[in-house]
Ligand binder design. Structure first.
Ligand code: DQA
Length: 146
């Protein structure tokens, strides 16, 4: 089973970006960990990051076309990107899983983070467990498809 782990803006700075909030695991380490977790669950995991909204939208289109399950940390796009929401809606409407993940718990943070325009079209959301949110998301996918 193929799984795309797509990361939105600023997540490439993981490790040095506000580590008191986002943790000290570097983005490159997250890539390695996610591949290991995926391997143990018999998932073929592809981890990517972009700061570009249109690139993320294109990755959702490709997931639909290729039948790839998705773990998405939409980062700040979570809170306002209707374009990304509409692209995510196509993923779940195609019968594919789309798990929204966040390192932090956005509901425990600033008011503008309390709204996710993605959650309503996601299969489910996992937030607040640091990089372990990604492991939990992969586990949920393996369980659902198993
Ligand atoms: C985030 C939470 C968002 O509010 C923020 O804009 C991010 C990261 C998280 O993983 O906790 O960039 O998605």
């Amino acid at each position: 089973t193929r799984v795309l782990i797509a990361n939105g803006p600023n997540l490439g700075r993981l490790g040095s970006r506000e580590p008191e909030k986002y943790g000290s695991t570097a983005y490159a380490e997250l890539v390695t960990l996610a591949r290991e977790w995926g391997g143990k669950l018999a998932l073929d995991v592809d981890v990517r990051q972009t700061d570009d909204e249109s690139e993320l939208v294109g990755w959702m289109h490709a997931a639909v076309d290729e039948g790839v399950q998705v773990v998405l940390n939409p980062a700040a796009f979570t809170h306002y990107s209707y374009a990304l929401r509409d692209a995510c809606a196509m993923v779940t409407a195609a019968g594919l899983l789309l798990v929204e993940v966040h390192l932090t718990n956005p509901h425990a943070r600033e008011d503008f983070r309390h709204t996710s325009v993605i959650s309503g079209v996601a299969t489910g959301t996992i937030a607040g467990f640091g990089v372990d949110s990604y492991r939990l998301a992969l586990s949920a996918i393996a369980t659902r498809l198993g």
